[in-house]
Design a protein around this ligand. Structure first.
Ligand SMILES: Cc1cc2nc3c(=O)[nH]c(=O)nc-3n(C[C@H](O)[C@H](O)[C@H](O)COP(=O)(O)OP(=O)(O)OC[C@H]3O[C@@H](n4cnc5c(N)ncnc54)[C@H](O)[C@@H]3O)c2cc1C
Length: 318
């Protein structure tokens, strides 16, 4: 929660209270455009609420590739969701039948916003300060528990998994895998440490997002020489059949050896289609392998094959 605010069931909501609403609010303002914020924006927009999405950072879904943020922003605005990035919400107060807030917009202009409900989704933090960890050797990093590759803390015999762990994304499948690694280690069975670059994420917006590995900016910042392939759903026949042309598939690859560094999909069923890229990366397949992989027609995932071909300028339907 933002400092000074307390959630309540009626007006100032978190992801918990919003799921208990029994009617669709006429208007909904959302503070925070991470995965949870954009998902609720998408959901309530489709329910018929007038949605305003406020994000302090310069772009929505800031952990995604920059082009993904841009495309979702474009699609949201086109659909009628109001998106304000670089916007700061302050002076949040209940009015009796709604919530009022002062928003400083990107250009510096201040606006008084009134909304039926306010959803605050600015992030989740661990609750580790009152569970007796100080009597152990467990080490913390801003409240998150430090672990090694086998999920062991610095206290022998104490393991940590899931959102409470330092350095891994807060995702259900990460928690699951970490649990499996910890239990395998406890049982003396073989286990494979988590590879951070192969953790997919799925964002259930309209259009949806599925991504794995490095963004283009992360790969460049890591000093990698890269090639990028991109293919739009506009040129995919199944996207035409289902009438959903927003989005694209983007591949970030190592220039010299064709190592797949990251794949970023926004569009219909993006969260399902990312599976092919995750499996390819886990098997250490190269861009060439995926270029030669036959994709059945007519399918959305042909766009994935085309994006890999696009890395070398060889997409046939571009
Ligand atoms: C709105 C929302 C949508 C999400 N959508 C997705 C998604 O689509 N895909 C995805 O992969 N992830 C998603 N996540 C993230 C996912 O829910 C978490 O990564 C996952 O639940 C982490 O599991 P966990 O076991 O580490 O923690 P949790 O699921 O938070 O479980 C921790 C449990 O510990 C309990 N607890 C806390 N302190 C104590 C204590 N002192 N004693 C005893 N019990 C305690 C808590 O009450 C809680 O039940 C979403 C999260 C939110 C909030």
């Amino acid at each position: 929660m933002l400092p000074g605010l307390t959630p309540d069931p009626e007006f100032i909501l978190t992801n918990i209270e919003i799921l208990n609403l029994t009617t669709v609010p006429k208007s909904l303002a959302i503070i925070g455009a991470g995965a949870v914020g954009v998902e609720f924006a998408s959901i309530f927009h489709r329910f018929g609420s007038k949605v305003t999405l406020l994000e302090m950072l310069p772009r929505i879904v800031p952990v995604e590739d920059e082009e993904i943020s841009k495309e979702l922003d474009r699609a949201f605005r086109k659909a009628g969701i109001r998106v304000e990035t670089g916007a700061k919400a302050e002076n949040i107060r209940k009015t009796g039948n709604g919530v009022a807030l002062t928003v400083t917009l990107a250009g510096g202009k201040k606006e008084e916003l009134e909304t039926d409900k306010l959803l605050v989704v600015v992030g989740r933090k661990p609750i580790t300060d009152d569970i007796g960890l100080e009597t152990t050797r467990v080490e913390l990093d801003r409240g998150f528990i430090k672990v090694d590759q086998r999920q062991q803390t610095a206290e022998p015999g104490v393991y940590a998994i899931g959102d409470v762990v330092a350095g891994t994304p807060q995702l259900a499948h990460v928690a699951t895998r970490e649990g499996m690694i910890a239990v395998a280690h406890i049982a003396g069975k073989p286990e494979q440490p988590l590879n951070r670059n192969r953790i997919p994420s799925a964002t259930y917006t309209e259009p949806g997002i599925g991504s794995v590995g490095m963004t283009e900016a992360q790969a460049r910042a890591a000093g990698r020489k890269i090639k990028v392939g991109k293919f739009p759903f506009l040129a995919n026949s199944k996207a035409t059949i289902i009438g959903q042309h927003d989005g694209f598939v983007k591949v970030v690859a190592d220039e010299q050896y064709g190592e797949i560094l990251g794949v970023h999909i926004i569009g219909p069923q993006a969260f399902e289609m990312i599976a092919e890229a995750v499996a390819a990366m886990e098997a250490e397949a190269t861009v060439e392998t995926l270029m030669h992989t036959i994709h059945a027609h007519p399918n959305l995932y042909e766009a994935v094959g085309e994006a890999f071909n696009a890395v070398y300028g060889l997409a046939i339907n571009a």
